[in-house]
Design a protein around this ligand. Structure first.
Ligand SMILES: [Zn+2]
Length: 428
């Protein structure tokens, strides 16, 4: 174009910056709204749930709003489920560095979720109460969904194109070979209950303790290889919207994911939650606490572009698309328009060194220069911090480039979780 050549150099804006700005503007104007409902039938009184739609990344700024939906399925009592419901969110938010923009905040979430889960477990165990809980913890910020889970409560996504996908994994010893291997390597024994005569009954359990789950919060009376480190998945759905169904195993033992999603399509979120519970009870009866939250992520009423009609997608190959971290938001936008759920993050390792990464910036106080424990966020003198990557429990070789750092008790806990010191459990 002839006119382009006449522009002064200083006015030129790189294409990537333009695309980025445009995407940010679109994000603001096209924020979805949420509709949600919940339903529960109690048998043991150990299921709890949390709905918070009033959270702000920046305090008092409604433009930075996000929502939290969570289910806690307790066992051996309800103390761990109640404690986790009341404290986990604060522990997660406390592990996110201050002053981050939206994209940075979303990128910091997976690590903060790991820290928050482990801190909650540590603080609860220090109270000396028995009981444990599963956690399925869902943060919805715009079109981005971040799910962290331990145990066997699930979150599924029913995207507008009708493809149903699981956003959690089941930490059940019976169904998770990788977890059986991890527990065994860390010093646990996996087996079934033996009855008189030597016959084995029931699901695979882990000893000491006899828990069927390989991850949970609480459970101080089982082996320390039952860890609170969550599986985390972060996805961005298309601007056509979608539905989340979060529920305890009372639902999933009765209904496969696909069936749960189909059973409530076309109903409002509130009615849908009731319908899923009803369907589960019809199939299996009330054998367990049964709790369900349905969250609809609804496109704005007057979207810039109307949602495109569902396209036929090979769900096994194309449903999730990985975005490389350095690719521009142009790609994200393109996938959004195509109606494909974009996978931003997925990690399930139980190893804290892998989950907390190498980033040192957030473990050092910008103002005081003090180190902070990456798990419990207490201040540490430089001589106290032990790198999460230090090879030995006895190493005090703390150097800034080896962060993040742990305080002595968190480091102790890490070693116990990895089977590097004898479990403190007394087996009766
Ligand atoms: Zn600590």
């Amino acid at each position: 174009m002839a006119g382009e050549g006449g522009r002064r150099r200083g006015e030129m804006v790189p294409l990537a910056a333009l695309v980025g700005r445009e995407a940010k503007a679109a994000e603001r104007t096209e924020a979805p709204s949420l509709r949600y409902g919940s339903a529960a039938r109690s048998r043991k009184g150990e299921d709890f749930f949390l709905v918070r739609t009033d959270c702000h990344r920046l305090s008092g700024n409604p433009a930075s709003a996000f929502s939290v939906f969570a289910i806690f399925d307790g066992h051996n009592g309800n103390a761990a489920a109640i404690f986790t419901k009341e404290n986990l969110l604060n522990h997660v938010l406390g592990a996110i560095p201050r002053g981050l923009g939206r994209e940075e905040w979303l990128q910091a979430l997976p690590r903060a979720l790991v820290a928050g889960f482990v801190k909650t477990d540590k603080v609860f165990q220090s109270r000396g109460e028995t009981s444990g809980t599963t956690v399925t913890f869902v943060i919805v910020d715009g079109w981005t969904i971040t799910v962290a889970s331990v145990g066997d409560s699930r979150c599924i996504l029913d995207a507008r194109d009708g493809v149903v996908s699981l956003l959690t994994v089941d930490h059940r010893l019976e169904e998770n070979a990788e977890e059986r291997e991890r527990v065994t390597k860390s010093g646990g024994e996996v087996g079934r209950l033996s009855i008189v005569g030597g016959a084995e009954i029931g699901p695979l359990r882990c000893w000491p303790g006899g828990l069927c789950l390989s991850r949970s919060i609480g459970d101080m009376d089982v082996g320390e290889f039952i860890v609170p480190v969550p599986y985390v998945k972060q996805v961005k759905i298309s601007n056509a919207g979608g539905r989340l169904i979060i529920a305890s195993d009372g639902i999933w033992d009765a209904l496969p994911s696909e069936m749960a999603a189909k059973s409530c399509r076309g109903l409002s979120a509130e009615l849908a939650a009731g319908q899923v519970v009803k369907e589960a009870l019809r199939t299996r009866g009330l054998r367990d606490d049964t709790t369900c939250i349905v969250v609809d992520i609804v496109p704005p009423e007057h979207p810039v572009e109307p949602p495109s009609p569902p396209k036929k997608i090979n769900k096994y190959n194309c449903f999730f698309r990985k975005r490389s971290r350095d690719s521009a938001s142009k790609l994200a936008k393109k996938l959004s328009v195509e109606g494909i759920v974009e996978e931003l993050f997925e990690e399930g390792s139980a190893m804290l060194a892998e989950r907390l990464g190498n980033d040192t910036s957030s473990s050092v106080h910008a103002t005081s220069g003090l180190f902070m424990c990456a798990i419990c966020q207490v201040d540490l003198a430089p001589s106290e911090g032990i790198s999460v990557h230090a090879g030995s429990f006895f190493s005090t070789n703390a150097k800034p480039w080896q962060g993040p750092f742990l305080c002595a008790t968190c480091r102790n806990k890490k070693d116990a979780m990895e089977g590097k010191r004898p479990s403190g459990v007394t087996v009766l």
